[in-house]
Write a protein that binds this ligand. Structure first.
Ligand code: NDP
Ligand code: 2IT
Length: 448
């Protein structure tokens, strides 16, 4: 079978075998569409079921999570962990707590994670998990009881050499703390490396909180540098106002750019003076409130519940909220307003239509599996520190993160050049570079 027919057959089988999992189909199509030149050059991967095995998770767990709310009512959520691929190391990837979570979303995230983790050059496989639990409006006690129930089931599948979760949407240091406490209690083991994103002070790594956002900006900086440009004096729009968005904005400001807009699921905020990050952090991290509170506190800012953050003219856009949040029309608006670069801090925030618009217009586009790899890379640095019972300084850790992001950027360009002839095709470069590392390891480990 030739490469195109093979890819087509694998994709058809994914859709047949995983009905209704639209996000997983989308993520798989995005990777498969890039792989023809890799399969043409490596025919050995066509006859050995590499693609078929890559697209079928090694293990998928779905479990009941019962918990008692503050009114004494029993609530039931659904928990997931998809252990997708362990060719390069223990399953590694975050947990997402959001009402929209379902198996297809966890699978798309786990699939992306395989290639992202490969690009980091660290010894980590791919996995993802979560629950359709909505922490918004829950008390700390409710979140703790939920996390304890979630871990009561999940603990048997985890381990520092087996599967190492971390945060994602709705899961930050508070949740990781509760999850770790319950794991320790059930197993009677202080196994630091079983979860990453722990608070600094008892096993967490400096820079993990900042890493995804900082890393996305380093990646965008590297892309811009290839065209002799940078962040200095640039108008930047960031979507979301969570962990990734806030620290992306912080690094943009450190590099001399100005973040003039951000958002949450209730609307978007424009502050032409540059978003005041101390105020934003207080609203989102301390008060856990909505961004509309920012406009109430700052008369220079404007909050809008209608339209999107991408309507705001900018030079650089950093989508840092969630999947498929930036569609074709948003991309057209960005291009019309002169956007030069887009780097995905979130996982798959740009729809295929949006990516096509950027490609057509020659806009630099950094796909999430490359641009947001700094978070999981720093998780791997946390695992290294835990294994050595060591703590590195903020500066030393950030230097490592910056080096990883430069290397991911270089791999994307070199691979895109070698397999497609256009070094600016970061989508092709990221997909092929990640795929080749995993395929080599899978081949060496036999049919498993
Ligand atoms: P947070 O929960 O800290 O923040 C998420 C932000 O996105 C919030 O502002 C939230 O708004 C917004 N958002 C979430 N879901 C939706 C939705 N359905 N519609 C509109 N807005 C939404 O999550 P993170 O910052 O950690 O994650 C953001 C993205 O980055 C995700 O795609 C995640 O997978 C990805 N990522 C995260 C990494 C990490 O280290 N945390 C690493 C790599 C990627 P609201 O509060 O109103 O819900
Ligand atoms: O999407 C991601 O890379 C994450 N949510 C971080 C995963 C991790 O293990 O740090």
């Amino acid at each position: 079978m030739n490469a195109s027919a093979h890819i087509e057959a694998v994709y058809t089988e994914i859709c047949r075998r995983n009905p209704g999992e639209g996000e997983f189909h989308q993520a798989a199509a995005e990777v498969l569409d890039s792989l023809k030149p890799a399969l043409d050059r490596h025919p050995e991967y066509t006859g050995t079921g590499i693609l078929e095995r890559l697209c079928e998770p090694e293990r998928q767990l779905i479990f009941r999570v019962p918990w008692v709310d503050d009114h004494g009512a029993v609530r039931v959520n659904r928990g997931f962990r998809v252990e997708f691929n362990s060719a390069l190391g223990p399953y590694k990837g975050g947990l997402r707590f959001h009402p929209s979570v379902n198996l297809g979303i966890v699978k798309f995230l786990g699939f992306e994670q395989i290639f992202k983790n490969a690009l980091t050059g660290m010894a980590i496989g791919g996995g993802k998990g979560g629950a359709d639990f909505d922490p918004k409006g829950c008390s700390d006690g409710e979140v703790m009881r939920f996390c304890q129930s979630f871990m009561t089931e999940l603990h048997r599948h985890l381990g520092e050499h087996t599967d190492v979760p971390a945060g994602d949407i709705g899961v930050g240091a508070r949740e990781i703390g509760y999850l770790f406490g319950q794991y320790k209690r059930i197993t009677n083991r202080y196994e630091s490396g079983v979860l990453t994103g722990k608070p600094v002070g008892w096993g967490g790594s400096h820079v993990r909180t900042e890493a995804t956002g900082y890393g996305a900006v380093y990646f965008a900086e590297a892309m811009l540098a290839t065209r002799g440009a940078g962040f200095e004096g640039r108008r930047v729009v960031v979507s979301g106002s969570g962990n990734v968005a806030v620290y992306a904005a912080e690094k943009v400001h450190a590099l001399g750019g100005r973040v003039i807009a951000c958002s949450d699921s209730s609307g978007y905020l424009v502050d032409e003076n540059g978003i005041d990050l101390d105020l934003l952090k207080d609203i989102k991290e301390v008060r856990r409130a909505r961004i509309s509170a920012y406009a109430e506190a700052k008369p220079t800012a404007r909050f809008s519940a209608r339209g999107t953050v991408y309507d705001v003219p900018c030079d650089i856009a950093l989508p840092c909220a969630t999947q498929n949040e930036l569609g074709g029309e948003d991309a057209v608006a960005l291009v019309k307003n002169g956007v030069r670069a887009v780097a995905e801090g979130a996982n798959m925030p740009c729809t295929p239509e949006a990516v096509a618009v950027f490609r057509e217009a020659g806009v630099l586009f950094g796909p999430g599996k490359a641009a947001n790899a700094g978070g999981v890379a720093t998780s791997a640095l946390e695992m290294q520190q835990n294994a050595a019972r060591d703590t590195w300084s903020f500066e030393a850790t950030e230097t490592r993160l910056a080096a990883v992001m430069r290397d991911v950027h270089r791999q994307c360009r070199d691979t895109a050049e070698a397999y497609g002839g256009n070094s600016e095709d970061y989508v092709l470069g990221a997909n092929v570079a990640g795929f080749l590392k995993v395929a080599q390891a899978m081949t060496a480990q036999g049919v498993i």
